[in-house]
Design a protein around this ligand. Structure first.
Ligand SMILES: [Zn+2]
Length: 416
């Protein structure tokens, strides 16, 4: 029972060809012509294996390898195939192609699984169309209903509901395909790490124990716009000077919070944004994440304190609006142990770690046991054209997934 890495490589490279921005990274938004070609390629590969396929109301694909226990809850494996604008070729695709390869190995070795295995290919994980990440898995797990997919819109003003319908899906039928508690036995996602930890520790495998919770805010600081030449320094209410103090405080306080806490100001808008006018209003975002909710709370406390301080110091007014949040997810201890035990048996060096990025697997937290396997990203780069993982590490990740799925689904485990 062995992974055929040349098949995995062929699949990754083939899917990378379905790209709207050749030469400038990989761009494959859900519902685009490139996405449709990638889906067709995968469905053809799935059909070759004789799996039963179903496609839900927004385009999530599920392909099932039956087991001897016909109606048993399946082990779900897979990821997404959409990318960000000018992204890489491994994010998401690795988990899909690696899971497909696991099923191929089962078929070609005539391995008799008792528990069914399902390959899942999620749509719209990156939020590239409608600004909402993991929208496909949110629909599949019932976190998003028809109202939500009608309310999230792309840059043309079209909703996910409308676009899914336009390309031939039937979003009104989504309810019929929901995955609920008890429907699946476990969900395991293989993914690139998208950070530097595994590479710096020279470990081919990361076993994820927790996924960070996220809070997104928009912070507004209001001062008084005025003439840059005629207004003396002591008489200014400069919103950008206040904002800069808040931003540097966010960075310095996060460095001394928990090692797992991260905070980013990634977007800033200055009004009126004119060289000879004192800035009257600044809007910027705050993205704060931690697997430990206490880390997030500490940073928000510091931000509030600093906003109060600058409003007095520079005579500004401030406000902070929550844009979105997700709770930290603790992955299944049982699966972490099983993955660890299997890595040891296979002689694969590993590190137990947390994920700062969100993944489709997060949505299954309250529904079933969730596990995640990471493989290293060279230079920690992801969501960029330079995104890269060695095929040696990819093989290690696929092999580990294969053996974990084997243990979960084969009769051998039940006898022991
Ligand atoms: Zn991803």
């Amino acid at each position: 029972m062995e992974i055929n890495i040349s098949r995995v490589k062929r699949d990754i490279e083939k899917i990378a060809e379905f790209n709207a921005t050749p030469g400038q990274g990989c761009t494959r938004f859900s519902y685009s012509p490139e996405d449709s070609k990638a889906r067709n390629y995968l469905i053809e590969e799935i059909n070759r294996l004789g799996l039963t396929t179903s496609i839900d109301g927004v385009g999530n694909i599920r392909a099932r390898l039956e087991g001897s226990m016909k109606d048993a809850p399946a082990v779900l494996i897979g990821s997404h195939i959409d990318t960000v604008l000018h992204g890489g070729i491994f994010d998401g695709v690795l988990g899909v192609v690696g899971s497909l390869e696991v099923i191929r190995v089962f078929k070609e070795n005539n391995i008799k699984n008792d528990i069914p295995i399902e390959l899942i290919i999620f749509v719209e994980e990156e939020g590239s169309n409608f600004g909402s990440t993991m929208a496909g898995s949110k629909v599949l797990t019932g976190k998003y209903g028809i109202d939500e997919i009608k309310s999230i819109k792309n840059s043309m003003g079209l909703s996910m509901y409308e676009v899914a319908k336009e390309v031939g899906f039937d979003p009104d039928s989504s309810q019929k395909y929901l995955i609920k508690t008890g429907d699946i036995m476990a969900m395991i996602e293989l993914h690139i790490e998208q950070s530097v930890v595994l590479e710096s520790e020279k470990k081919p495998i990361g076993i994820v124990e927790a996924i960070a919770g996220i809070k997104w805010f928009e912070i507004e600081i209001r001062g008084v716009p005025n003439h840059a030449g005629a207004t003396p320094m002591v008489m200014r209410n400069d919103a950008l000077v206040g904002a800069s103090e808040v931003i540097t405080t966010i960075n310095s306080k996060t460095r001394t919070a928990y090692p797992s806490t991260v905070a980013t100001v990634g977007k800033i808008i200055c009004h009126p944004n004119v060289p000879n006018v004192i800035p009257g209003k600044i809007n910027f975002t705050l993205d704060v994440r931690d697997t430990n909710p206490e880390g997030i709370r500490i940073i928000l406390n510091e931000v509030e304190k600093k906003l109060n301080e600058i409003s007095k110091k520079f005579n500004l007014s401030t406000s902070m609006k929550l844009l979105g949040e997700s709770n930290p997810i603790i992955l299944s201890n049982e699966l972490v142990n099983l993955i660890e035990e299997t890595a040891i048996e296979k002689g694969l060096p590993y590190k137990k770690m947390n994920s700062g990025a969100g993944h489709d697997a997060c949505l299954f937290g309250g529904i079933t046991n969730v596990g995640m396997i990471f493989v290293p990203s060279i230079g920690g780069r992801s969501h960029v054209p330079e995104e890269l993982t060695s095929y040696e590490d990819i093989k290690a990740g696929c092999e580990l997934l294969l053996n974990v799925v084997y243990k979960l689904t084969s009769s051998l485990t039940k006898k022991t």
